[in-house]
Design a protein around this ligand. Sequence first.
Ligand SMILES: C[S@@+](CC[C@H](N)C(=O)[O-])C[C@H]1O[C@@H](n2cnc3c(N)ncnc32)[C@H](O)[C@@H]1O
Length: 315
Amino acid sequence: MYQLNKLAKEYGIEEEILQNYCTTHSINTKKTKTCIQQLLPFIEAQTNRKFSQLPESNFSIQYENKEVSIYKDDAISFLQKLPSNSIDIIVTDPAYSGMNNQLKLGKGRIVGKYSEKGQENGKWFDEFQDSVENYSIFLNECQRVLKKSTGHIYIMFDSYSLLSLGNTVRSFFDVKNIITWDKVNIGMGHYYRRRHEYIIFATNGNTRKIKNRSFPDVWRFKRIHNASYPTQKPVELFQAMIYASTEEGFTVCDPFLGSGSSAVAAIKNKCNFIGCDISDKSINTVQSRLNEFINTNTDPIQKNSAVVDKKVFWE
Ligand SMILES: C[S@@+](CC[C@H](N)C(=O)[O-])C[C@H]1O[C@@H](n2cnc3c(N)ncnc32)[C@H](O)[C@@H]1O
């Protein structure tokens, strides 16, 4: 017989609720595979699942009956504490180490205003160890926490990490497309100056569609100049992902939060949000940003719109 208590723990739901559902729907708990298949849609539909392994959040805030919770943690360790099948969509922009280590951009160190802010090791922030092995552990956790019947994932890549790690995504998800983010203005680079990054869009073995089949796969949003947080992305970039892949009340997760642009975008789309970052600077930035955004509807660290085209697809 399949142990309902094990299932209850893994999915963050009361055993009694599962037991009642099995009884009222005549689900045979002796048939493990069909029992889980029949229970999963019910489990995924539960909005108040317990994130029981998580400690108290470092910061949380409510708006319009939605929850936003922020944790200071390592991405993998954070994901390991989330129940299986609990997240509707992951949008994330990892701190890849490969680009800095392998491409040797310029003199291989950060220049400009962030270099003056005590970044003694020449790095913007802690980097995620992006060997294929470690990246696979990360993707495996993303796959486990994402809902099987509806989960979508958007992962950002620079050109280097797309070549070294992009293919690994296929071992865990159905890759549907690679979106190009055109930053409109050129940045650094010795062999053609960089103007774009990539976003892999994939599903967790399901066929849930995006909101509209006419959305394009090249997105033009201006990069943020003189950002408060290094590598701060425009909110609109995450808004596009979240708009295309969510309904109101979905739960969005970002395990590499940075300045929290993804959290602001989730709030603009009326979603719940849960995320983490390993650095204190990030947690402090996100906390003051979200407090101000929710209370005053103004974003203190992205004052201007990044939109350049007359119309964007969520308008
Ligand atoms: C590229 S930035 C994210 C920027 C963010 N998308 C934004 O718009 O501000 C990557 C973030 O990952 C964080 N980070 C690095 N290693 C980490 C780890 N192992 N676990 C969680 N976060 C990590 C860094 O502190 C940094 O804030």
